[in-house]
Design a protein around this ligand. Structure first.
Ligand SMILES: Nc1ncnc2c1ncn2[C@@H]1O[C@H](COP(=O)(O)OP(=O)(O)OP(=O)(O)O)[C@@H](O)[C@H]1O
Length: 601
């Protein structure tokens, strides 16, 4: 299998405001606006009403100065008083509407973030996508960063754009009409022409920003990952006195990130210059447009008072039309951010879809349900497999049937492919050739795997023990939690004792006490392995696959745990390279007169 090309955003990919961006953007919009009656559409509709009303009020506020010119020019005191009252009301309504507009945008941001992140989660956690994405695929950097941070920033930027974009077709239409009414065709045509020039210039300036932002986000993810590595492995790093080395490496990542950030800022400078020049030239353009009818004598018959009121009104209309366009141009900086994040999230979704499609092709039936002999766990026939991206077979022509009552010991040197056999059995890796079938289901009534690295989840002690049953329950999460509460306390405590970790009860203060520690930091490797055995005892599957699951324990403890498994009726498939395992097997053979088969790979 060719190794996917790693994207670094610098050479291999040119991410632009192109057709690909439009496609990715539209597919994200489909998630955010799933139907006409969805919450986002309703919020968008409300936002449209609010911003339209806001624009009407803004228009009234905008033409206030021309009214003031009129009443002050005419020395109309009562008119002035009435106008002052109207102006106060308009200003209060205007500021309230502005705040409501902002409020709806913020609500939309949260709702969009929820919808988008949940949609990414459902693809990420489906099947084995999170494994393939993190371990086997190198074409997508930092999936965690894309889901947690890029999705958030995309929603934030889109929500800031929303209220300006949503109302612009209406305001532009409205003010174009007014502008045409006041200045004739010269006004709207010159403003539209000006906008086209500005858009083309900004599109050119935005191009390099999108790909640099993409790269910056990748480096941001790498930098955070480095800190996470140190956080997770703090103790091992401390034993190695790795502070200096890691300081240097982390600083190096920071430097690379900052260099890219500087490049981004440099590129943004040109865009800012473009946007600001466009803004100020726009202000000038409005006066040029107004000056044309004045100097061509169209308004020669007006009194100076009427003329200044008209100039003020026309200036407002032109300025507002130009302002409508410049606001769109101002969005260029936000749009380039949106494009960068859209590419990152779009790419992640495409790769996850690709993984899911391939998984379905490879694994058409539901993995948990297989018809087959009930007394058999796995059937392997002439199975050959290799590690990803390697041409050399790890194991060739392995035929094996794992049946109930016959325990199996799989031994072999380091790196010979023992754990890889489990990866193939679990469909994490594809077999090169041959046949492999898991004939039982995964879980308490079938097969359970204890991987080399103990797996603990966050939560209470109770949540660690029957952890896997969460997967088995067909109900929603709240029901699962309720079910957990009703789980038999005595059974859990009994199995914690059998596994030799009942002391944890004292440390946590009880099964349901919330702990604010990371289980990986506070338990010793042996305790973690024992806790996994307590889970195994509790779940009592028919088959237990133990991959070096006792590597941190003494031989006696190992023998004791194996004995308990067998007493509980489990058939064991044990993988390892330690001679002690073979001893355990011998001891068990004598004591329980059970069958053990062994395979060396
Ligand atoms: N994600 C991966 N990508 C590429 N190669 C891998 C990956 N995981 C493991 N390998 C390689 O596959 C080979 C077999 O690994 P495996 O984990 O099966 O060894 P093992 O027999 O279980 O070793 P040990 O006794 O040390 O646990 C090793 O050479 C390993 O480096």
């Amino acid at each position: 299998m060719p190794r996917p090309e790693k994207s670094n955003g610098r050479g291999t990919k040119r991410l632009q405001l192109d057709w690909k961006f439009v496609q990715r953007f539209c597919s994200i919009q489909k998630i955010l606006f799933p139907s006409w009656s969805s919450q986002s559409v309703l919020m968008f509709g409300t936002l449209l009403c609010v911003t339209l009303t806001e624009q009407l009020i803004i228009y009234q506020v905008g033409i206030l100065p021309s009214h003031f010119y009129n009443v002050l020019g005419d020395k109309n005191y009562s008119g002035f008083k009435n106008l002052l009252g109207t102006a106060m009301v308009l200003i209060v309504v205007n500021s309230t509407l502005k705040s409501v507009d902002q409020y709806i945008c913020n609500q939309m941001y949260v709702s969009w973030r929820k919808t988008l992140t949940e949609s990414l989660h459902s693809a990420y956690f489906q099947g084995r996508v999170y494994y393939t994405l993190n371990v086997l695929r190198e074409d997508v950097d930092n999936p965690d960063q894309r889901i947690s941070q890029d999705a958030e920033r995309l929603c934030k930027q889109m929500s800031t754009m929303a209220s300006r974009l949503i109302v612009s077709p209406f305001t532009l239409g409205y003010y174009t009409y007014h502008c045409f009414h006041s200045t004739g065709w010269i006004g709207p045509v010159s403003i539209f022409g000006y906008f086209v020039v500005g858009t083309v210039a900004n599109k050119i300036l935005m191009g390099p920003i999108v790909s640099t932002l993409f790269e910056q986000e990748k480096l941001e993810g790498d930098f955070r990952f480095k800190h996470m590595q140190i956080r997770v492995n703090a103790e091992s790093a401390a034993f190695y006195r790795a502070g200096k080395v890691e300081h240097m490496r982390t600083d190096r990542r920071l430097q690379t990130l900052l260099q890219t950030q500087k490049r981004l800022i440099n590129k943004e400078l040109w865009l800012y210059i473009g946007v600001n020049t466009f803004d100020y030239l726009g202000g000038l353009l409005s006066y040029i447009i107004i000056s044309i009818p004045i100097f061509t004598g169209v308004y020669d018959d007006l009194t100076p008072g009427e003329l200044s009121a008209l100039i003020s009104k026309n200036a407002f209309v032109c300025i507002y039309l130009i302002n409508g366009f410049t606001q769109l141009i101002d969005l260029s900086t936000t749009l380039s951010d949106v494009a960068g994040y859209t590419h990152r999230i779009g790419e992640l979704r495409e790769v996850m879809d690709d993984i899911l499609r391939k998984q379905c092709d490879y694994d058409p039936a539901d993995f948990n349900i297989h018809g087959g002999p009930t007394d058999t766990a796995f059937i392997l026939d002439s199975l050959s497999y290799k590690s990803p991206y390697s041409d050399q077979l790890l194991v060739e022509d392995l035929s094996l049937k794992i049946s109930q009552g016959t325990h199996l010991l799989v031994v072999g040197n380091t790196g010979t492919g023992k754990t890889s056999l489990l990866r193939v059995l679990n469909r994490l890796w594809e077999a090169d050739s041959g046949f492999v079938q898991m004939t039982t289901c995964f879980g308490p009534r079938g097969t359970l795997f204890l991987p080399q690295k103990p797996y603990l989840t966050d939560g209470t002690l109770r949540e660690q023990v029957p952890f896997i049953t969460l997967l088995m329950l067909p109900h929603g999460i709240p029901k699962i939690l309720n079910n957990l509460r009703s789980v038999d306390d005595e059974r859990i405590i009994h199995f914690l004792e059998l596994a030799g970790v009942s002391s944890l009860l004292k440390r946590t203060g009880g099964l349901d006490e919330k702990v604010d520690w990371n289980w990986y930091d506070v338990l010793s490797p042996g305790e973690m392995q024992r806790l996994c055995f307590a889970r195994l005892f509790y779940l009592q599957p028919k088959y237990a696959v133990l991959d070096e699951a006792t590597s941190a324990l003494t031989e006696e403890a190992e023998a004791q745990l194996y004995r308990t498994c067998k007493q509980l009726g489990m058939t064991l498939i044990s993988l390892g390279h330690r001679s002690s395992l073979e001893k355990v097997v011998d001891v068990s053979n004598i004591r329980f007169e059970e069958k053990w088969a062994s395979v060396r790979i």
